[in-house]
Design a protein around this ligand. Sequence first.
Ligand code: HSE
Length: 424
Amino acid sequence: MSIQNQQSKLTIGLFGFGVVGEGLYKVLAHTPTLNAEIKKVCIRHPEKQRAAPARLFTTDAGELLNDPAINVIVELIDDAQAAYHIVTTALSKGKAVVSANKKMIAKHLEELIALQQQHDVPFLYEAACCASIPVIRNLEEYYDNDLLQGISGIVNGSTNFILTRVFDEQQSFDSALQLAQAEGFAESDPSLDINGIDAVNKLSILLTHAYGIISRPHELIHTGIQSLNENDALFAREKGYEIKLVAQAHKLKNGYIAAFVLPQFTEKSNQLFSVKNEYNGVIIESSLADKQFFYGKGAGGFPTASAVLSDLSALRYCYRYEYKKLHYQEPSLITNDFHLKVCIRFRGLTQVPHERFDIITEWSSSKDKCHVTGIISFKELLKSDWWKQPGVSLILYPDGIIDSYVPLKEHTEDAAEFVEQFAG
Ligand code: HSE
């Protein structure tokens, strides 16, 4: 039985009963207007106590996937490989699917788009990016590619929570992480949050809906907050900045798209400055409307369940992503041909790769940490991951994307002076 019209009942097979699955179960119980019912829940650990009747649960995925009465599969597990199997099987069987699995979606989006078209079924995943913020549907429906100048956002709640607790409240990194885990914000493998992988997976999905770009997330430049420490926060504060982990994509003057995830100094005038704890924020820049700011909880059971609920509600009016921007005559393309203004902070002077900079504008050195600020080609970051090594932190400056950079003679002299004074 498929969803044919608004009168069709949504009979749901739910995979996963963790923070989000349980959140959805509770929320659905209070949303009778949706005409949706969870028929079965597939779980991996039947021994765990669950806040729902035992008859709902099974460990047999086939009970859900092969049940013709179930017309919607909601996939909320964190095992990306198993999620891929569930989602592709469900779509192939003509069931609508709602998922929050950003890792799996980012990795397989091209194939998942083809499957939706082949089987003429909707696949919605608003919860995969920024939890409660309806960013995917807005990018998909509202913002024309030609007008969209850029998106930049805090898209990972756990790292933002940790940055807030460590830098604003002087909590230790480990205890802030433990709290993020206890609150259900972090991935079950929290290194995905900390190292920026969750954020780059989300950026990859946003690129498809913003610009019609299918990207391989591991090929997009990204790092997380793993190398940031109190010294970096002090340095930022002295300059009136906050450090945020920002995922961004910007249209350059030549029409190509610059996309990456890096820590960034943010000024008070930037809306992301005040985004704290597990909240996310996304700034969308369009050539006519200037900036618009979306703000909301980016992690946690109920905020994520609210996006799943909204997708279920969208299924009632047969909504599906059309991926219109994928079919534009002149597709957008990613470029690595631009420069960044960055601050790179190192433990020791010997680590400073001054020769990689096009221009060095500021530097300092002390026993514990030295820093170099300057302009560097994005391609230098692609060449190797020297800037991700332990003890090295790279932080982007506000407005740090240098679109068309023309090297000047005096820049070379700056670098030479630096070498003479510090590294010579
Ligand atoms: N671990 C993710 C985060 C969960 O912290 O943002 C929401 O996608």
